[in-house]
Design a protein around this ligand. Structure first.
Ligand code: UGA
Ligand code: MN
Length: 288
């Protein structure tokens, strides 16, 4: 092989490698740009933290209810779950369940003093509010939204998008609540002017717990805002709302001026297990 031929081969090889590098560069560029864009978007988009407060208690369908709820919550960004067991001690079921979840959570417990008392979740929500105040006092970013969630309701992801728009207190319809298809605030000219509900209409705010959320920072401004046993059944929502709103007009209507249902007051039926005692082999080692 002559010297000239060898040189030519090197030139072809160099051109080939150059073309390969150029091709790789253009091929990679869109992905590279795309990654840059998403990182930038994430830094500019501010999402207030949602602090969801959920009382829970031991029963046969508890793990099923918590599984369904937590798998919705896994899809919510900037979310902190305050889950409070109605028990003297934290149970292994809930403790392990939370550890295995990928959620941001705080696990608390307090036992309801007298079970015969009808309103549920009172003491549990109050210790969660104490925790929240302590947390916000230590945190630089005191912004956020507080939402009181039952462990057996059904939540669309859309309800979380709505509550991040709140200035003080936001409200929206709740499906399957109050003995009707949907319990809803009535909106006139963009303001809440009343309520379309039937059950206990004398309540100052005839709204279900799932139908409102409150700006978290306001809980620092109102250190006494809490739930109480000194009110009739069904008045817990009005009790907490009275600290932040004096009338319907103070509530901010969300979910398309309260025309959309993004949360349902579903209730899990008590499981029916009449044959349990007839089992020949014990299943007590299996957590259900
Ligand atoms: C309705 C409202 O949706 C609740 O937010 C409200 O607390 C309740 O009425 C009330 O005022 O008593 P409802 O479906 O009747 O809800 O109540 P549950 O879902 O049975 O209980 C509400 C929450 O408290 C649930 O997260 C539940 O796990 C918890 N709970 C219930 C306890 O922590 N301890 C109990 O003994 C019972
Ligand atoms: Mn419920």
């Amino acid at each position: 092989m002559s010297f000239v031929n060898m040189k030519r081969q090197y030139i072809y090889l160099a051109i080939g490698m150059f073309l390969l590098v150029v091709m790789l560069f253009f091929n990679n560029k869109p992905t590279y740009q795309c990654q840059l864009l998403t990182t930038e978007d994430a830094t500019y988009e501010y999402l207030p933290t949602i602090y969801a407060i959920t009382p829970t208690y031991t029963r046969l369908a508890q793990k099923a209810d918590l599984t369904r709820l937590s798998q919705t919550l896994m899809l919510v960004k900037n979310f902190h779950w305050i889950i409070i067991e109605d028990s003297e001690k934290k149970t292994p079921l809930v403790e392990n369940f939370l550890k295995e979840s990928t959620l941001n959570y705080t696990h608390l417990n307090v036992k309801t003093a007298i079970k015969k008392m009808k309103a549920r979740g009172v003491e549990q929500r109050n210790i969660a509010l104490d925790w929240l105040r302590g947390h916000l006092n230590q945190t630089e970013d005191k912004r956020g939204v507080v939402y009181f969630m039952d462990d057996d309701n059904t939540y669309s992801l859309k309800v979380f998008d709505e509550m991040r728009k709140i200035n003080k207190v936001g409200t929206w319809p709740v499906g399957l609540a109050g003995g009707i298809r949907v319990e809803t605030p009535v909106v006139t000219d963009g303001k809440v002017s009343g309520y379309n509900s039937v059950w206990e209409t004398r309540r100052p705010f005839p709204i279900d717990m799932a139908g409102f959320a409150i700006n978290a920072t306001l809980f620092l401004e109102k250190p006494n805002a809490m739930f109480t046993r000194n009110v009739k059944i069904g008045y817990q929502e009005s009790e907490i709302l009275k600290y932040f709103a004096s009338s319907a007009e103070d509530l901010e209507p969300l979910a398309d001026n309260c025309t959309k249902v993004y949360v349902w007051h579903t209730r899990t039926q008590k499981p029916f297990t009449p044959h349990q005692k007839k089992l020949k082999i014990s299943d007590s080692h299996i957590e259900v």
